[in-house]
Design a protein around this ligand. Sequence first.
Ligand code: DCM
Ligand code: DCM
Ligand code: ZN
Length: 272
Amino acid sequence: FDRESSGHAKSGDSYRQPFLDTKGANSVASLLPGTTPDAVATWADTVKSSGKYSFTSNYHFIDANDNPPTTCNVKDTRDCADGDCIVRAIATYTDNAGCSKSTAKADRIDALKFIVHFLGDITQPLHVCARGRGGNDQSVKFDGSSTNLHAVWDTKIPEKRIKNNFSNDKSSYASSIVSRIQTGTYKSAAPSWISKYGVASKNSNGNSLAAIDWAVDADAFDCSVVWPAYDANPSQDFGSTYYSNSFATVDIQIAKAGYRLADWINKIGATC
Ligand code: DCM
Ligand code: DCM
Ligand code: ZN
């Protein structure tokens, strides 16, 4: 969350990171000196294709082999049998980011950057979906341009939302999301976005129980929003009615990502 333009002038990092507590802010200051989580949020995508981090390429998603839009569920024994998926990666990097084991600082820094990214990815319904490789195989039109359903949810809907309603200013969009959580339409629901499971809770497969909760939550949108309106007319322009019926889901999923991330960093910081 970048609140630079929010108008709630305040000095220091609490201005840009309103949901961090002291221990969370200390971990961020220690592991990301001179920068902030939002500034490193896309790093994991830039390193996954080749080189020393290419082993992380499948850590960005879990292929739920359910049957959307008829049936939506996530079962880690079915969908992450080899551990090469986001609910395992969140467990691994959460351990590595904190202080409960003696991880080298460079690896703690990497781990925090992966956590920032994966807690966002896991809120995107098509990052929790095997159908069409998470919609990558569904070629569609969006405002006249050729794209695919995965990119519609990753990029096209949020970009159009920010352009149409926030003067193309992502800081203004972030401020709106923060206000909705603090005092607005998300306030009463926000506590329910936090899993009852903490940073150390894993199942016998080594997968994060909180991350499984988050995956189940996102996967439900594959049955309610993402796929029904796709199946109704795959050749529609997705920048029209489909967009209008989907941007509220993108808003709330982005809100969950930021709110959960701050809480998770606070809990990671509490291990130090
Ligand atoms: N790592 C991981 N899974 C792997 C390999 C490595 O989560 N299969 C993590 C552990 C460390 C970082 O990557 O945080 C570097 O690992 P290593 O010390 O093995 O190079
Ligand atoms: N992706 C996904 N599920 C899959 C395969 C890929 O969610 N089964 C994501 C990872 C990237 C995007 O889709 O964010 C594009 O994938 P790629 O770069 O592999 O084409
Ligand atoms: Zn990603």
